[in-house]
Design a protein around this ligand. Structure first.
Ligand code: AHR
Length: 329
């Protein structure tokens, strides 16, 4: 080995040894900095269905504003009404290693593979608003939402007491395959089946949209004319679309045709005050605080309720005017 080479190796070794000492000092400094560094900001991925209704807009707003209030980083994905978009968003949240995932599932089925991926990655998933059907309940941490079956049953119960001899019903269904549409339809149908006076003469989906409700109602009016006595709408946006179609047909919504709906958005309650919708069954979308409280518990290793539901009320001409001032959505 040449002297030049030996000299080079000795210099390199000396530099390495001084570097070791230096890195110990650096490590001590880093430890000190670590102690004063703010704790890790919670990162939550939220896969929303889309923006089909005023209810949905209020739900998105509740999730975003509450995250901001609590200093949580919210990664928001708009599913634009398609399950495949939501699945893609969930996969991307898993790849990014978020702390928790919240999903409002557009439809009930088809979630197991992606939920399994989240579980394998150790990321808790909170199912919000609409339930999923799964072969393995352990694939998600918990459900926070509304009791859609109860809402449909309450709508039918109100009708049984207040229909004033009107019996022929058209139904405006929500998004096909969604838990909200499935359960509201089933509950209402079950209750109506116990009363032979009532008859559902037609039923179509308006996709929870105002435009959908209006278009389907126009088609119903063309097909059934004055035979229609009652509209059962799975949400207020479709009910408000139906109100427009009924008025354009020269009829009086709420009088010529009774309107029964679900959600109780401010505009829906106002329509009850105005006598254009007869009853709205509440479905509260303001889940933000409950969702983040639950995620905090999950991250702290605490047990949470498997399913928890909002308590909702029935709003008709007897209480709408008193409640309209306090509506938050
Ligand atoms: O899943 C809840 C339903 O979805 C609401 O009733 C409706 O307005 C929304 O779009």
């Amino acid at each position: 080995m040449s002297l030049k080479r030996i000299g080079f190796l000795m210099t390199a070794a000396a530099l390495f040894l001084s570097g070791c000492g230096g890195s110990r000092d650096n490590a001590d400094a880093a430890k000190g900095a670590e102690a004063t560094k703010p704790t890790h900001k919670l990162v939550v991925g939220f896969a929303q269905t889309g923006a089909e209704s005023a209810w949905r807009a209020a739900n998105t707003n509740s999730m975003k504003s509450e995250a901001e209030k609590r200093g949580i980083e919210l990664k928001f994905a708009d599913g634009q009404g398609k399950q495949e978009n939501q699945i893609r968003a969930l996969r991307s949240f898993v790849a990014q290693g978020v702390d928790a995932i919240v999903v409002a599932p557009i439809v009930e089925t088809g979630w197991d593979p992606v939920l399994r991926e989240a579980k394998r990655a150790g990321i808790p998933v909170v199912i919000m608003d609409r339930k999923v059907q799964t072969e393995d309940e352990s694939l998600y941490a918990c459900f926070i939402g509304s009791d859609f079956y109860k809402e449909g049953a309450l709508a039918a119960e109100w009708l049984a007491k207040n229909s004033n001899g009107k019996t022929k019903i058209v139904e405006l269904q929500g998004t096909p395959g969604s838990a909200a549409a499935n359960e509201r339809r089933k509950a209402f149908g079950d209750a109506i089946a116990t009363n032979s006076a009532f008859k559902i003469i037609d039923s179509q989906s308006g996709d929870f949209r105002r435009s959908g409700g209006k278009e389907v109602m126009e088609a119903f009016l063309k097909k059934h004319g004055r035979e229609i006595e009652i509209v059962y709408a799975h949400n207020d946006d479709m009910a408000l679309g139906a109100v427009q179609a009924i008025e354009e047909a020269g009829l009086k919504p709420g009088v010529d045709i009774l309107i029964v709906s679900i959600d109780a958005i401010k505009e829906g309650v106002q329509a009850v005050v105005d006598g254009k919708i007869n009853v709205v069954v509440e479905c509260n979308p303001l889940f933000g605080p409950k969702i983040y409280d639950t995620i905090a518990k999950l991250k702290a290793g605490q047990t949470v309720e498997r399913s928890s539901y909002n308590v909702d009320e029935v709003i008709d001409a007897s209480n709408a005017a008193a409640l309209i001032g306090q509506r938050q959505y």
